[in-house]
Design a binder for this molecule. Structure first.
Ligand SMILES: Cc1cc2nc3c(=O)[nH]c(=O)nc-3n(C[C@H](O)[C@H](O)[C@H](O)COP(=O)(O)OP(=O)(O)OC[C@H]3O[C@@H](n4cnc5c(N)ncnc54)[C@H](O)[C@@H]3O)c2cc1C
Length: 489
């Protein structure tokens, strides 16, 4: 039986491992941390259970397809509920807008803001749905190793309708004028890690995901997905080895021969690295076997990092929803401080998740579980003093906007930012979400999922195709597994 080693037990690594084990390979996953999940790990403290990373369950069809590929269903592992409202946006004092899950209610909301926009929304979403169907069902499953993969008449014709060369910024403005609608439409683009003006209009598919497919939540928390995936992987024969930090990949004749970890040595016929691509290249491989130079990496546009606060409260906070976006300060200055002139923001937008509003299992009965995320540029100086300053800045705003004291109820607090991303995941520049989805970092223009120098070394995850986010990471693992299997055969 041929052996495959997967480095890293995040979404992409588990996905690749499961797909390879299903095809009959002996698969071991080596993970540096003590549990699976990578950026989607979980921790418990004082009766609170915190999902450390993803909190938005979008594109449920991708998760369904993932489990179905291995003869299982999401419901075998977790119960999903659709949130309604999907989320809330705070545009300022006394200006909280619930975004309804039902399409008729959503249309009524936009029509009230801008007469005629409900009809425009129909047109906008029809195009977005087309892009989603072609993009998510077809394009993202391409390994993007060669342009030839895209030379197929049906796909070429489709690409014309996909708005690859115009920006989502101008695309949205062709349909809508009201600033609140524009902000609602641009919000999902923030997941892609670049400014709307630098993001192809192809990605209005994210609006289809948001508005039409909805926001879901697995009861018990996002880590339930990982737990389900690990169980499924183990049922296919995958072996997970934790606290196994890979420190070196030894190469002979352009072939990876041995993997050295903190606990031992492993051999394999192929390696799939799901750890941060840059880390594997610069720390695990001899310099002459890197596919990309330092200057290549320096020129990559990284998606943002994040400053996060995990907070446990000893009381309930009235009026808050599961997800709230605080757009109560202007978007552009903060966006520029993330993307154009990287700096700690003067007045940050932020996101608050209170999963205990939906899920009693994540906090003690009278308590509240809060997750605050401020998107920030990667590679910034990060220390306790800076974090504390933002904690109070955001809390001042939150308390004033909701008219309730929050800080005095905080009985558990942990912050997390660049230094932690680096220490926990070897994240390049402390990134949270990998590479930005700009036009010049799409498909074959992303770091390749196969090493250019080492025959049996492959990459998967948010720094290669198709890109950042949980659904793309699931797909990335499946795509790389197909490539590995092709070559091992
Ligand atoms: C704060 C935050 C919020 C997010 N929110 C969302 C969201 O709401 N919805 C969404 O869809 N996406 C979200 N994302 C993005 C999503 O979580 C990621 O894109 C996805 O989890 C990446 O998975 P991955 O497998 O590529 O990488 P990772 O999860 O980073 O997995 C890589 C694994 O490799 C391990 N590793 C690294 N180096 C070594 C080594 N030397 N030896 C052994 N193991 C190693 C790491 O420990 C890690 O477990 C969020 C991300 C963050 C950080």
């Amino acid at each position: 039986m041929k052996k495959v080693i997967v480095i890293g037990a995040g979404f992409s690594g588990i996905s690749a491992a499961t797909a390879l084990a299903t095809q009959g390979y002996e698969v071991k996953v080596l993970e540096k941390n003590e549990i699976a999940g990578g950026r989607a790990r979980v921790f418990e403290a004082q009766g609170f259970k915190f999902d450390m990373g993803p909190s938005w369950y979008w594109m449920p069809d991708v998760f369904d397809r993932y489990f179905e590929a291995f003869g299982a269903k999401t419901s075998d592992f977790y119960d999903l509920i659709r949130l309604d409202p999907s989320y809330t946006v705070c545009f300022g004092e006394n200006d909280f807008v619930d975004i309804p899950a039902k399409m008729t209610d959503f249309k009524a909301l936009v029509e009230k803001l801008e007469p005629g926009s409900a009809a425009q929304l129909d047109k906008f979403l029809a195009q977005a749905e087309y892009k989603y169907q072609v993009g998510i069902n077809d394009l993202v499953y391409k390994p993007s190793r060669s342009l030839l993969e895209f030379v197929d008449l049906r796909l070429l014709l489709a690409l014309f309708r996909m708005d690859v060369f115009s920006s989502i910024h101008s695309h949205i403005r062709k349909f809508f004028k009201h600033p609140k609608i524009i902000q609602l439409m641009e919000f999902p683009i923030l997941f892609l890690g670049a400014l709307p003006k630098n993001t192809p209009a192809l990605y209005s598919l994210m609006n289809y995901a948001d508005i039409s497919l909805g926001t879901w939540y697995p009861q018990g928390g996002m880590h339930k997905i990982i737990e389900g995936m690990v169980k499924l992987a183990e049922s296919k024969g995958v072996q997970f080895l934790y606290n196994q930090e890979v420190s070196q990949i030894l190469i002979e004749n352009k072939t990876a021969k041995k993997i050295i970890t903190s606990q031992g040595e492993f051999t394999a016929d192929a390696i799939v690295a799901s750890a941060d691509y840059n880390h594997v290249e610069t720390r695990l491989l001899p310099p002459n076997y890197r596919s990309y130079s330092d200057s290549y990496w320096d020129k990559r546009v990284m998606a943002p990092s994040s400053l996060i606060f995990y907070l446990g409260l000893n009381k309930k906070i009235e009026g808050l929803r599961h997800h709230t976006l605080f757009f109560d300060v202007p978007f552009m200055p903060h966006a520029q401080e993330i993307y154009e002139n990287p700096a700690w923001p003067r007045e940050p937008l932020f996101y608050l998740s209170v999963p205990s509003k939906t899920d009693p299992s994540v906090a003690p009965p009278e308590g509240e579980n809060m997750f605050i995320l401020i998107p920030v540029a990667p590679d910034l100086p990060d220390n306790e003093e800076i974090r504390e300053k933002y904690y109070h800045q955001v809390m001042d705003r939150l308390e004033s906007l909701i008219g309730q004291k929050v800080r005095e109820a905080v009985v558990y607090k942990r912050s997390y930012a660049h230094r932690d991303f680096q220490a926990d995941y070897h994240a390049f520049k402390g990134n949270a979400y990998g590479l930005a989805n700009t036009l010049l970092q799409t498909a074959i223009l992303k770091p390749s999922l196969k090493s250019k120098k080492v025959k049996n070394l492959y990459y998967t995850g948010q720094l290669t195709v198709p890109g950042p986010g949980v659904p793309p990471s699931l797909i990335s693992g499946q795509v790389v597994a197909r490539e590995v299997a092709k070559e091992l055969k």
